[in-house]
Ligand binder design. Structure first.
Ligand SMILES: NC(=O)c1ccc[n+]([C@@H]2O[C@H](COP(=O)([O-])OP(=O)(O)OC[C@H]3O[C@@H](n4cnc5c(N)ncnc54)[C@H](O)[C@@H]3O)[C@@H](O)[C@H]2O)c1
Length: 279
């Protein structure tokens, strides 16, 4: 028996990266999963990756900045699987560390609208579209947050502010939707995904995994001073907390909480840890 047997989830940005990994993990835990994304090909690939379980996958194209697309996604999910228990607001873009000192006002203005439109408005609209169904099932929301929801330098000012904003949303939604719907989050750290940048800055085709590969090829350390990171940077390594927080049996008393799955950024020191041997 999986931890999510019979549950129904909707994951935004579920066609790749951590969203895709959570979709496949939720399936393995017994859930049915609707994955919303912009690229039909990516979504079809999730269906293929699900193999024998693909009858429990519903691919849905849409843009998280569109209330209509999100309402359609919730309706289609309920039509296909009968209900909605778990919403995972997850779709996002990065700002590739663009500093305020490196962008002019026009660039900042356009990139702000794009980053906040997807990362923040996309979460608000997903919750607006889904809350009625979640109240009906006494379900839960598990948001993808970030190390950038708590710490500096996980991006530039736009990304950092957008992810801090998502933490505010999580807390406010947890308050507004209690006692019917639990609202929690997983603050994931750096991992190898296709996370892209804003089109307005010409960064829409750049991917984080390409940056990882470039750093590795040049011998640069990927995650300096992150206690647990030497190799654990694949999305699959981050899915456990999403299962725990969605599980009614195991997290029924938890709301407004965030599990940091970032390799221990909050316990960094001034020197490199060496497995207890070298300090
Ligand atoms: N990769 C990391 O290192 C990292 C670290 C911390 C947080 N995150 C967060 O994880 C989440 C998922 O990102 P990822 O790393 O898996 O990257 P990803 O690019 O693989 O996944 C993001 C998905 O969102 C989709 N998407 C983007 N804009 C959309 C839109 N307007 N409408 C619908 N779908 C849209 C993309 O097509 C993609 O499938 C993001 O919120 C990101 O900020 C990632």
């Amino acid at each position: 028996m999986g931890w999510l047997e019979g549950e129904v989830a909707l994951i935004t940005g579920g066609g790749s990266g951590i969203g895709r990994a959570v979709a496949l993990r939720y399936l393995a835990e017994g859930a049915s999963v609707a994955v919303l994304g912009r690229g039909a090909a990516q979504l079809e690939e999730v269906l293929a990756a699900a193999g024998d379980l693909s009858d429990r996958v519903l691919p849905l194209t849409g843009d998280v900045r569109s209330p209509d697309d999100l309402h359609r996604a919730v309706e289609a999910t309920v039509e296909r699987f009968g209900k909605l228990d778990i919403l995972v607001p997850n779709a996002g873009i990065w700002d590739y560390h663009r500093s305020v000192t490196k962008l002019d006002g026009k660039e900042l203005s356009e990139a702000f609208d794009e980053v906040f439109g997807i990362n923040v408005k996309g979460y608000v609209l997903a919750v607006e579209a889904a809350w009625r169904e979640l109240v009906a099932t006494r379900g839960s929301i598990v948001m993808t947050l970030s190390n950038a929801s708590f710490h500096t330098d996980g991006g530039g000012p736009l990304y950092t502010a957008s992810k801090h904003a998502c933490l505010g949303l999580l807390r406010q939604f947890a308050y507004e939707l209690a006692p019917s719907v639990r609202v929690n989050g997983v603050a994931v750290g750096g991992m190898r995904t296709k996370l892209r940048g804003p089109q307005s800055l010409g960064l829409q085709d750049r991917t984080l995994e390409a940056s990882f590969a470039k750093n590795e090829a040049s011998g640069q350390q990927q995650q300096p001073l992150i206690p647990l990171y030497d190799s654990s940077v694949e999305p699959e390594d981050f899915t456990g907390p999403y299962v725990l927080l969605a599980s009614r049996a195991n997290s029924g008393t938890v709301t407004g909480a965030v599990i940091p799955a970032d390799g221990g950024i909050a316990v960094r020191g001034f020197r490199s840890p060496a497995g207890g041997a070298g300090l």
